[in-house]
Ligand binder design. Structure first.
Ligand SMILES: Nc1ncnc2c1ncn2[C@@H]1O[C@H](COP(=O)(O)OP(=O)(O)OP(=O)(O)O)[C@@H](O)[C@H]1O
Ligand SMILES: [Mg+2]
Length: 322
């Protein structure tokens, strides 16, 4: 059995294979057609197709040999701007083979560059515009200095919708001949929320167990508690059975290896689905916020989450008492 990452195997080669990001794809296709590309900034959350779109653009522009006209660098590389400069200089020296006079440099994690490095980058971009077009990739375009932003065409990537993610995941499952239940598809969306890379990786991890993919297998492989288990734990606490609720908590942390920080986010989500008065939700949400903060600060997960369950038990006792 050959091991291949499905996220790579199913990475689109050409712009017309991209899932959604429709406006972006249209604009990029028009660049490819005109055989001209401005400097670009691709901004947006992880796993939504930024790197993929840049590669597809190069593919559609140069054809099969696009790799020769393309360079991918990581801006947070410790050698930073010097590598960029050296690469661009080499680009400038060696003429492109085809009719397109410029090459493309993809600069990933551009938002991690220091202000000084960005200033240097800006000068390099200006100087070599004729021979090199930049595609800067960032999670937050706000971290890129104004002078660079104003020289680039901006593209904003967004998380894929539930429907789009599902269609793509089902397509891959079918190709790979894995048995994916509807409940499994929903669970993948629940944990990945439109981050397609994560969704594909979760699908592959769940498939490797070699049985039909259900919500149980999905939550187990991604190390998340099953929402139904979280809900059950909260209900038990609210029914006044703190000891049992705490047992469930320990089980999730120890047996399934769920991280406290993930669990508190799930609790937060479930909280708003509970059948309790609005002002109680507000109260409890505040406590969840405190716990979340303490966990970030490095407090003990089990102690903090137990404390939350205690408060939950306490408040529902009060609620019932009137
Ligand atoms: N819009 C999309 N259409 C098709 N496949 C996608 C899309 N977005 C992501 N993917 C899949 O997810 C994988 C990762 O996507 P990509 O590397 O483009 O993400 P990214 O936006 O660059 O994320 P990061 O910010 O983490 O670098 C791809 O290999 C591909 O399989
Ligand atoms: Mg990327």
């Amino acid at each position: 059995m050959s091991f291949e990452m499905w996220a790579e195997k199913y990475r689109p080669k050409s712009l017309n294979q991209m899932v959604n990001q429709k406006d972006i794809v249209e604009r990029l296709e028009s660049f490819a057609k005109a055989r001209n590309v401005p400097h670009c900034i691709f901004a947006g959350p992880p796993g939504t197709g930024k790197t993929t779109a840049a590669l597809c653009l190069a593919h559609d522009l140069y054809g099969e040999a696009y790799r020769e006209n393309l360079m991918e660098l990581n801006a947070s590389d410790e050698r930073g701007i010097n590598v960029v400069r050296a690469t661009v200089k080499t680009f400038a020296r060696v003429r492109t083979l085809g009719e397109i006079p410029f090459k493309i440099l993809i600069l990933d994690e551009a938002d991690n560059m220091t202000g000084d490095a960005q200033q240097a980058l800006r000068r390099t971009m200006e100087r070599y515009t004729g021979t090199c077009r930049f595609v800067l990739i960032a999670n937050y375009s706000g971290k890129i200095i104004e002078p660079i932003q104003s020289r680039c065409a901006p593209f904003r990537f967004t998380y894929l919708s539930k429907e789009e993610q599902e269609v793509h995941i089902k397509y891959i499952a079918e190709k790979e001949k894995v048995d994916l239940t509807e409940d499994g598809v929903n669970a993948i969306y629940d944990v990945c929320r439109g981050d397609l890379r994560r969704a594909i990786n979760s699908l592959q991890a769940a498939a490797s167990l070699g049985k039909p993919i259900t919500s149980e297998t999905v939550y187990a492989v991604v190390g998340h508690a099953h929402p139904a288990d979280v809900r059950a734990m909260m209900k038990i606490a609210m029914d006044g059975n703190f000891v049992e609720a705490r047992k469930r908590l320990r089980e999730m942390i120890l047996k399934f290896g769920v991280a406290g920080s993930d669990l508190i986010k799930q609790i937060h989500r479930e909280l708003f689905r509970l059948d309790i008065p609005e002002n109680w939700k507000i109260n409890l949400a505040e406590i969840v916020g405190d716990v979340d903060f303490r966990l970030v600060e490095g407090a003990d997960e089990e102690v903090q989450l137990s404390a939350f369950l205690a408060r939950l038990t306490e408040s529902s006792a009060k609620l019932k008492g009137g």
